[in-house]
Design a protein around this ligand. Sequence first.
Ligand code: FAD
Length: 185
Amino acid sequence: MRRVSAAAAASRCCCRRQVVSSSARRRVSSSAAVAAAPATTPVAIVGGGPVGLTLALLLSKLGVRSTVLERLPAPSVHPQAHFINVRSMEVFRSLVDREGRSVADSITRLARPRDEWSRFLYSAGPLLNGTSLGATNHFPPETLAAIRDQSPELPTHLPQHQLVPVLLEALSRRPDGSAACDVRW
Ligand SMILES: Cc1cc2nc3c(=O)[nH]c(=O)nc-3n(C[C@H](O)[C@H](O)[C@H](O)COP(=O)(O)OP(=O)(O)OC[C@H]3O[C@@H](n4cnc5c(N)ncnc54)[C@H](O)[C@@H]3O)c2cc1C
């Protein structure tokens, strides 16, 4: 596997650096983070959004360490993506920490009840005072029953600013007891 200098890549991104401790994210000065970080990494992942962090978790499951390089100084506070489909939940189900808890379980615990978000309102113009085009429940009982026939997981709603901390926590709780990767902000 091609070895990449994470420090060099990070400096190109002009990132402020941060590491994930076993309990919570801990800010450190740039120089301390650089000193503590390995000089090389098997895989450098550019971007610490849901995709980058999930990739780091999947690599960790295969025993591959990685370094996530994120240009933002901290996770975004904007909700952004919020709907998690069944296949994504199945992937999260396969990611189990050292206490036997899966990422899917953590997501499900935080997610709002389906009744609160399964009805979609379609509107032309502003949502609240535009022309209503219709409303529908995308997950009536028969749809949920059909999904349950095929999967142990269900579609779930958790906004990205809540999902990212779950993924960061999972990265700090890998089964082998060591951090799966360095996350540098
Ligand atoms: C304003 C807004 C509203 C949205 N609303 C919704 C919504 O309602 N529902 C929905 O499902 N989706 C929504 N989305 C889309 C959703 O945010 C994306 O589908 C989702 O975030 C994709 O995840 P990702 O991990 O691929 O990318 P991102 O979450 O964008 O993560 C990519 C990360 O890479 C970092 N990055 C990029 N370039 C570099 C670089 N050169 N060096 C270092 N770091 C870098 C970025 O800072 C970012 O943190 C919205 C997006 C935006 C911007």
